[in-house]
Design a protein around this ligand. Structure first.
Ligand SMILES: Cc1cc2nc3c(=O)[nH]c(=O)nc-3n(C[C@H](O)[C@H](O)[C@H](O)COP(=O)(O)OP(=O)(O)OC[C@H]3O[C@@H](n4cnc5c(N)ncnc54)[C@H](O)[C@@H]3O)c2cc1C
Length: 304
């Protein structure tokens, strides 16, 4: 059986790719296993990433892969990792198509996945005129009329946040708004209207939202939608190895990306609540340095 490589990385988004870059430059043997389903696949442009503001996500990855070609010990497997076993020093990853990778260390950079809201017409506008993060896409929708699909504390938070980008917005709670009297008074004082009828459908033209039609017949005209999908981890593999996770599957890590399982690390969206590409890349870099330091320490001790 072949000797283990240094690091298997599951997930080739900004987190996994940046980790691979740092490890490749540290002369580590690395395999990145990725099945090409990044969370931002629906969007046309990545924003807030210095030197890459406005780049399509696919182009971002293409450049990353191209730059990695300089480092001969970094390999890629385009497939889904379906099984992970083993322990520190000898992990075994199997993919759907039957590729088998043995590695001393393992990095989960799995990202998160949206659980889509069941609203007719939302899929057609998502990533074009419906967005989930004002920091990512608020600039493109500045000063436009926006419908916030949110309720409860989420609605209050969305209302306060979007105020940085536009002053024309309403809340469509898609049912009971779940607001207390004080919150209702606060929104009324700011002239933020709350619609509590269910959203029957979203009407759009070529991805540009035109209006929300509510079940009670009300029509809410707007140019953009801000909403929060429920998120779940990109895979349940960390649980299989005994990693501590939150209910969503998000992996708990320390300051340098170590999980509670020796030899297993995590980075990016699956290990933070700050869902930004540059944050994910930074976490990938931090975890890679953590992994390399641990490998160097282990080699130093075994040589003594
Ligand atoms: C609509 C939208 C717009 C966004 N816009 C921006 C923006 O403008 N700027 C910004 O900074 N951020 C933006 N984000 C957030 C950004 O996309 C994420 O923060 C970033 O992609 C996280 O990187 P990651 O590497 O952690 O995960 P991802 O990019 O999601 O990559 C994870 C990878 O792991 C793979 N994977 C998962 N499980 C397996 C498995 N079992 N086997 C093999 N591969 C697996 C997935 O296929 C995926 O390719 C946006 C998000 C959304 C949803």
């Amino acid at each position: 059986m072949e000797k283990p490589i240094d690091v298997a990385i599951i997930g080739g988004g900004p987190a996994g790719l940046n980790a691979a870059l740092v490890l490749g430059r540290a002369r580590r043997t690395v395999v990145v296993i990725d099945d090409g389903r990044p969370r931002n696949k629906v969007t046309r442009e990545v924003h807030n990433f210095l030197t890459r503001d406005g780049i399509p996500p696919s182009e971002f990855r293409r450049i990353a892969r191209e730059q990695m070609e300089r480092y001969p010990h970094v390999g890629f497997v385009q497939d889904t990792a379906v099984n992970v076993t083993g322990a520190d020093g000898d992990f075994r990853v199997t993919t759907e198509q039957g590729t088998f990778v043995r590695s001393k260390k393992l990095l989960f950079a799995l990202g998160m996945k949206d659980v889509p809201l069941p609203i007719e017409g939302l899929a057609e506008v998502y990533g074009i005129s419906a967005f989930v993060c004002p920091y990512c896409d608020g600039w493109e929708h500045r000063d436009k009329p926006v419908a916030l699909i949110a309720n409860g504390e989420g609605a209050m938070h969305a209302a306060k946040t979007i105020a940085g980008w536009t002053s024309t917005y309403v809340i469509c709670a898609n049912g009971p708004a779940g607001l207390n009297e004080a919150q209702r008074r606060e929104l009324m004082r700011r002239r933020i209207h709350v619609f509590e009828s269910r959203i029957a459908r979203i009407e759009s033209i070529e991805g540009q939202v035109q209006r929300l039609v509510l079940a009670d017949g009300t029509v809410v005209a707007c140019k953009a939608i801000l909403f929060s999908p429920m998120l779940v981890a990109g895979s349940r593999l960390p649980q299989a190895l005994g990693c501590q996770v939150l209910e969503s599957g998000a992996v708990l890590i320390d300051d340098i990306g170590r999980t509670n399982v020796p030899g297993v690390y995590s980075a990016g969206d699956v290990a933070t609540k700050l869902y930004q590409a540059v944050t994910a890349a930074s976490m990938g870099s931090i975890a890679a340095i953590g992994i390399n330091s641990d490998l160097l320490d282990e080699a130093w001790v075994s040589d003594s």
